[in-house]
Design a protein around this ligand. Sequence first.
Ligand SMILES: [Cu+2]
Length: 509
Amino acid sequence: MSHNNHLHKLNTVAVHLALLKNGKALLFSGSHERLWDWTKGEANLWDPKDPDTPGDSDLKRNLFCSGHCFLPDGRLLVAGGQSTFNYPHVIFGTIIGILPFALKILGKEAADHDIHTFDPDEPDVHLQWKQHLPGMSKARWYPTCVTLPDGNALIVSGTWSHGYHALFGGFMNKDYQIFDSSTNTLSYPKPFGFDKIKMYPYLQVLPGNTLFVHSEKTTKFWDISQKQFLTGEFTTITGGTRTYPGMGTCVMLPLQHDAQTAKMLLIGGSMSMHPGKNDDATNIPEMLTVDLSDPSDSSGWQVKSSHLRRFLCDSVILPDGKILVTNGAAKGTADSNQNEVLEIELFDPENETWQVIGKLKKPRLYHGTAILLPDGSVLAAGSTGHDFTRAIFNPKQHFEQEIEIIDPPYMTYTRPEITNYASLMKYDVTYEITTDSNISKVSLIRMSSTTHNNNMDQRCLFLNIVENSGTTVKIQSPKDGSWAPPGYYLLFILDNNGIPSIGKSVRLG
Ligand SMILES: [Cu+2]
């Protein structure tokens, strides 16, 4: 049981959370005292080796409610940010196009069309965050990003008119743009082709070069090389929304090296398509087994055994392939949620069962986050409480600045150790790993970034063991970028009891 969660006090609300290649966590949001102020942002670096010292990071823009993913060199790409505040005259000004122009002149421009990168290699704290101009052609608030097999980043969705996102179809940005990671420039916007897309859809690159796209209750597949959707779509059985503002979480279960299928799992969400304060969250997960040779020929969503009723929850793939689920509430909608869920659950993909392994010390409601750390523990953070409109009048009481470390059950066992490995890996090459114990499995987990219960990087592969002689194993690296997009990963070994090592940083591709 993980009953010994540790708390650490920082001075940033981790609405956005990422594990950097140097092993530190990057946290960012708007100002924790004035989170709604579209001109003020803040960021923090947290070092697990020095857990009680808040770090420093100089973020001047308010990147609250942006989307992000990692580039091949370990920089974090951040698209969008806070939109202008929700007053009717502000919204009207935005719609007729005067306001952005006026704000630009006044130096009060919103960040919702911005493109930033955070560079962990940059020693000068004032230069780590970099804004890339010109920004996106049309603003995006609540967009999703994903690293493509070639290492460039696809940016989709988000609304271009903050306050009216619940009206008139939400003013969705229906174009995609691609950020080129070597030239730091954006492609021209082109129609993405998903007319019903809403905010913060789930995106996942699948082996074979297609993209899984899920919004509300609808799933479609996008051909990455043709840049168009395959025919056909899938609808969840339970029918309520799985994305904002009734979002649960979506995870691709760990891929086997020779997989013919990929299993996408939706956990949590709302029973309603348009959730309100009193609508129940769901307790029914659904799984889509994707036929990788022809995703449009997949058999459709299937109901799986139930978990605790929850939404606003996060999923974290553990080094042993199990899925840890934490955070959230049992009722309501994003900005007006009720009945916190403190229980931490574990899903075992092998027998498809759920188990409660512990409880959070702090509720993690809307704007909560969770990611895997290199030592195999889970960092849970963030939260703006039950009701954002109430929280802005007393931010200190509602905006959670303490972060929490969850220890999965394996943390109490003696861990196997990686003694030698390749820290640079190309695709489809054999590498040797030496260890102090006999090995049963080798997993590779992408260092990830998450916000709004949408981890835009997370994926795990079990690598092919081509030779195993006790403490030396030969493994085959992932076949290509569609199996594992280029970037930084954590390499883990599992001993014969399934206990994982501490993760080692590997640059792939
Ligand atoms: Cu938000």
